[in-house]
Every structure is written in C-alpha cells, then in structure tokens.
Design a protein around this ligand. Structure first.
Ligand SMILES: [Fe+2]
Length: 312
C-alpha cells in the first residue's frame, strides 16, 4: 500500500528561484539561505520518495480572477513551468502521477471535499522553488527525481479556506493515499509563508516570534493552530502570511505524533521570512526519538560513575 512517510514545510519565495536561475547562490546574502537546505537535500536524497504531493498556491499563473478554485488537484501527466512574466523558469517539466492523483480525487471528493480536477495546468514558483530547495538544481531537459502531484490552494483572493478545513483535507489525503494499492513512498510538501507582507503600509513585515511558535506547534501540537482565524494571520504574519494555512494540509496528512527531522529559519529572503521543517511519521513499532540535553546526559553519567566508585 502507498504511505505518506514525511511532510516538508517550505517557503516558496520567488526571489530564491531568481537567485538560483541567475547564478547568485554563492553570494553571501544567498549563501545564508541556501546553506540551510543542504541537510534537507541530503535527507531527500536518502528518503528517495516515489511521489511528491506539493501543496502550493498559484500566483495568477495558471488561474486568474476569472477562475478561482479553492483546492485544485493536478491530475495531468505533466506540469510545465509557467511563464511568470520573464519566461518559464529553467526547471524540468514535472511529470505527474495521474493514477494516484485520480485515486486521491475520488477518495477525497467522496469524503466531501470538493476538489477541482485539473487535467492541464502550468505550475509557478510556488511549486518549483520548494522543489529546487529539496531536490537541488535539475537541468531543464532532465527530470525531477520523482513524479509530482500539485495541489493548488487559493490563498490569493478572499476568502481562502480555513486552517481547520486545510488540516481536515490533509487527513482525507492521508486516507486516500493509504488506500492506494501500489507500494509507494509518498512525501507531502506544504509551502508558502512564513510571515510577510508585500504591499501596503506594513510592507516588509516579518514576525519571527509568531513564525517560530507556528513551527513549534506544527511539530508538537498542531491542534493549537487549526482554529487560528484569518484575521490573526493577517495581523500577526502580514497579508501574505495567510499562505501558512497550506502547511496545515501537510500536517493533517501526517500522523498525530511525528519526529521533527530538521528545521531552518532565516530572515529575510527578499522581504519574506524563510521557514522550513521536515516532519517524519514514525515507523510502526519505533519509539519517539528523544533528544536529551547534553548537560543532563553528562550529569547522569557523572552520577553513575560516582555510584560505581562508592561500590568499588
Ligand atoms: Fe506565495
């Protein structure tokens, strides 16, 4: 059976794509950002997923104000990079997994989540930037390491879905994947955010305290996040901070208890806080990995040595 093994939260700042495409990754400003994803690329190369579901939002590339699906699932055989105003990014055309995507669509729609099915869709930086950060740079004439199922969420035009709706959709996706008969290892991305506002009097707003609390709760206690109202995201994380609800789809698709494999946070990239987290489901029968503080470990070792000295 197919199984979601891990979730990845990752900002999708367009300037990161521009830095990659224009050979700026070695500049000190960008080294700070890209350096934080070295461990992630290594983890992804070791994990070797068979399929990646990427939850992202379209930025008026595939859709416009003419058509605003709340949840749009990519069921096509391939997803070309969109022209976002300066030509398509030099990344590969993403191959889809139509069989799994249609299975997910059927299962999730019968679970009463009304997805829009997209049999033709271009994808923008919202999807391609996180792909680059986790899979590395891939020649545009080559292939991403695994097929991709894009899930575009409307967080651009009011009203976006609630965090709770997103979390529950994640649960429905987990159930759908688990009922797919093929033996596949699946990862799911939640992208966007973290805090940022790109226009208006508060342009440039970044709220690191809010972002870090969000990451903490995402890892340990996601129920604290699911009822956050839109207005709180707007006030605390800026107008575009609402993108963070997409991370809740990823989190809902994971088990209740997860292991936090890795986290990275830096500000700014362009005018955005960059957040990243990798959460892994625990293999059946394994115990939680506990990270005991080094000082406590040394104290216990010293106490044991003392007891042995007294005994000898
Ligand atoms: Fe975005």
């Amino acid at each position: 059976m197919a199984k979601i093994v891990a979730g990845i939260g990752c900002s999708h700042v367009p300037a990161i794509g521009a830095a990659l495409d224009n050979g700026k990754t070695g500049e000190p400003y960008w080294r700070r950002v890209f350096g934080g994803f070295e461990r992630s690329k290594q983890w992804m190369a070791e994990t070797k997923p068979d399929v990646a579901i990427v939850v992202y939002n379209d930025h008026a590339s595939a859709f416009s104000t003419d058509l605003i699906p709340t949840f749009a699932l990519g069921c096509a055989t391939e997803f070309p990079p969109a022209d976002e105003g300066w030509g398509p990014r030099p990344v590969p055309v993403a191959k889809g997994d139509p069989d799994l995507a249609v299975h997910i669509a059927q299962s999730v729609i019968l679970d009463e989540f009304d997805l829009t099915i997209c049999n033709k869709m271009e994808v923008d930086h919202g999807m391609t930037v996180p792909m680059n950060l986790l899979f590395g740079t891939v020649d545009k004439n080559s292939h991403w390491p695994c097929p991709v199922i894009p899930l575009a969420v409307n967080v651009v035009m009011y009203p976006p879905p609630t965090g709770h709706r997103c979390f529950m959709l994640g649960r429905a996706i987990r159930k759908a994947v688990a009922s797919y008969p093929e033996d596949l290892k699946v990862v799911i991305f939640g992208t966007g955010g973290l805090s940022h506002q790109i226009s208006g009097p508060r342009a440039g707003l970044i709220n690191s305290k809010w972002d870090k609390a969000f990451l903490d709760n995402l890892s340990k206690d996601p129920q604290k996040l699911v009822r956050i109202p839109h207005v709180d995201y707007m006030r605390e994380a800026g107008a575009e901070g609402i993108e963070m609800v997409m991370w809740l789809i990823m989190r809902g698709a994971l088990d209740e208890k997860v292991d936090e494999v890795y986290r990275f946070y830096t500000v700014p990239a362009s005018n955005t806080a960059v957040g990243h987290i990798i959460l892994a489901n625990r293999a059946k029968g394994s115990k939680a990995r506990k990270h005991k503080p080094a000082a406590a470990k040394h104290k216990r070792a010293a106490a044991r040595a003392k007891v042995q000295q007294v005994r000898s």
